[in-house]
Design a protein around this ligand. Structure first.
Ligand code: FAD
Length: 387
């Protein structure tokens, strides 16, 4: 299916696909074993305009429409989910927070540097005590003259160990469970700021995303200039809700990319592997697996593109995003598990990429809001309880 792509969107998809085939796929296993993607690869992505894809040209971006960016995201996930994760936290979360909520001065100063990868971005919401219940975050920000003093700990921050610019959410009010959504405020904390330290970093010790460093970040009397506050005091919760929509479309597009890659690998394998004197693709039970996988991928893709189309049209896309995120996160686990099944014993080893696709599928239902949280959001919309 070719959706209703413009010629430009088709070209973007093909260019990204070729980049993934030549520059990512042949090396990804090596990077996963080393626990990192070489900087040179990220620089090549920057040179292709990928990190600035949805930012306006006036701010150094490529000025692409959101569907084009999502298609790029999907293609990159076929090659390496760790790279897709970095793109998401750098562009969809960090960059888009500045673009959607920052002042004109902040946009002019920070966005061009993110667009060309001069500076790397991350987005720090989660804490040891607040994951799904993100509004319970305890990191504090106390105003002191021309700065805020931040104290707290952030956990599981993708690209956190490397990022130059980290969007950090902290509260300016005293902790009060009845007012937990109030007082949350966004700050841009720069690498090297005294009191801003890295803690544990997880790479290969994770089930998946092994070339994506996931970091603990510690803020200890960390003084951040008032000029680095994004939006007003207390606007943080609205910013989080708006920006997570960008991140969730990215995860959903990534899930479609992984699932498509798993399907493609399974189609190849099923037509070459012979048992009982014929390709296993001749067996109807294998065909059942393949057709169910293909249908799941297409259904997921349609939901993701619908969410992107609604965003581009300026319509309310919150329900569409939650549905796309939930469906694709569940679909990619089923499809990659079936891909391992189609490969038999070979699928259980790293000789074939489906083993990695299966491991990388699981995180899609965890980060940027778990499957259960998406169900809660969907139900709230259905029941008219979402404001
Ligand atoms: C590899 C990786 C990268 C990450 N990157 C980032 C990042 O860059 N920035 C960032 O801020 N965070 C990041 N995260 C954190 C991620 O967003 C959280 O892990 C996620 O939101 C879930 O929070 P939690 O782990 O605390 O789980 P919990 O919130 O403790 O949830 C545990 C279980 O309880 C369920 N649950 C919780 N509340 C409810 C409820 N009300 N109803 C039903 N079920 C419920 C959940 O669905 C889940 O199944 C990352 C995590 C990982 C593993």
């Amino acid at each position: 299916m070719d959706w209703t792509f413009t010629d430009e969107q088709k070209l973007i998809r093909q260019t990204t696909r070729t980049f993934v085939q030549n520059e990512i796929s042949p090396y990804v296993l090596e990077w996963e074993r080393e626990g990192k993607v070489p900087d040179a690869v990220y620089q090549k992505m920057a040179d292709q305009g990928i990190f600035g894809a949805p930012f306006p040209e006036a701010l150094g971006g490529a000025g692409l429409d959101y569907l084009s960016y999502i298609v790029m995201t999907e293609e990159l996930a076929k090659g390496c989910s760790s790279i897709r994760t970095t793109l998401s936290v750098h562009t969809s979360l960090c960059g888009m927070t500045i673009l959607q909520a920052g002042s004109e001065e902040q946009k002019k100063e920070w966005i061009p540097q993110l667009a060309d990868w001069t500076k790397q971005g991350a987005w720090a919401l989660t804490e040891p005590g607040s994951g799904s219940d993100a509004a319970s975050l305890r990191t504090s920000a106390e105003r002191d003259g021309d700065s805020y003093v931040l104290n707290g700990r952030k956990l599981w921050i993708s690209n956190g160990a490397k990022a130059d610019y980290v969007v950090v959410f902290a509260r300016v009010n005293e902790w009060d469970p009845k007012k937990k959504h109030e007082g949350i405020t966004a700050f841009l904390v720069e690498k090297g700021t005294p009191g801003f330290e890295g803690g544990t970093v997880w790479t290969q010790e994770k089930l998946g995303l092994r070339s994506s460093p996931t970091a603990e970040l510690i803020l200890k009397d960390c003084r951040v200039p008032v000029a680095n506050r994004i939006g007003a005091e207390g606007e943080g919760w609205d910013i989080i809700r708006a920006i997570l929509l960008n991140g969730r479309i990215s995860v959903a597009a990534g899930a479609v990319g992984i699932a498509q890659a798993a399907l493609d690998a399974s189609l190849d394998y099923a037509q070459t592997r012979e048992q009982f004197g014929r390709p296993i693709a001749d067996f109807q039970m294998v065909q059942d697996l393949l057709s169910t996988m293909a249908t799941g991928v297409e259904a997921g893709r349609a939901l993701v593109y619908k969410a992107a189309a609604l965003k581009m049209a300026g319509e309310d896309y919150r329900l569409a995003v939650a549905q796309a995120k939930l469906f694709t996160a569940e679909m990619v686990v089923r499809v990659t598990r079936d891909a391992v099944q189609v490969h038999g014993g070979a699928g259980f080893s790293q000789e074939y990429p489906v083993e990695r696709y299966f491991r990388d599928s699981i995180i899609c239902g965890i980060y940027e809001g778990t499957n259960q949280i998406q169900k809660i959001i969907i139900a709230r919309h259905l029941l008219g309880k979402e404001d």
